[in-house]
Write a protein that binds this ligand. Structure first.
Ligand code: ADP
Length: 172
């Protein structure tokens, strides 16, 4: 438990099913503050994601390739154990609304109980992305007609659009 963890290295975890512009905004803000950011794609056997871990890893890596101090990995198990395995001291979280903070409060206290050396830092994305979530994007990709499909580029990086539409056998 006494390994030195780096305060200059933060880890940002999530399902990223798929990666949204809200996630990218948080990652860019984190990358401007910390020397190194590790994006951790959580593999949760209890969830049934739209994109496989390999697909999420490859999409996320291609979108984040221009950010030279950002790497992306998949992980299983406890977030704090992954952060410690990375040698980082900081867990980065994005918040959209006050209700996000309420949920995060419990996670933060639980993570602190599990590993007191790791601290959580909250960042707010641009207000443009307050309503953006992976769940909403999947609903739009599945249900939108006509011009609304074209609006996907306001929510997800360009690399994500075709793979997303293909999942629902749709085209742009
Ligand atoms: P999970 O499935 O664990 O909720 P997500 O992939 O949805 O993970 O999100 C990962 C992190 O990104 C969380 O901290 C979440 O609050 C944050 N986040 C998601 N969407 C946004 C957004 N639009 N703006 C800011 N933060 C966001």
């Amino acid at each position: 438990m006494s390994t030195a963890l780096s305060s200059h290295h933060a880890v940002y975890v999530g399902s990223f099913d798929p990666l949204t512009l809200g996630h990218v905004d948080i990652i860019k803000r984190g990358a401007a503050i910390f020397d190194r950011i590790t994006v951790g794609i959580g593999i949760n056997p209890g969830k049934d994601p739209l994109f496989s871990p390999e697909e999420r890893l490859s999409l996320t890596r291609s979108v984040l390739a221009p950010l030279k101090n950002v790497e992306t990995l998949c992980f299983e198990g406890l977030t704090v154990e992954f952060i410690r395995h990375c040698g980082a001291r900081v867990l980065l979280r994005g918040v959209r609304t006050l209700s996000d903070i309420e949920t995060e409060f419990t996670f933060t206290l639980a993570n602190r109980a599990l590993d007191p050396q790791i601290d959580t830092l909250f960042l707010m994305a641009s207000e443009k992305y307050t309503h953006v979530s992976s769940t909403l994007i999947k609903q739009i990709a599945q249900l939108a007609q006509g011009a609304a499909v074209g609006k996907l580029n306001e929510f997800v990086p360009p690399e994500v659009i075709q793979p997303l539409l293909q999942k629902y056998q749709r085209t742009k």
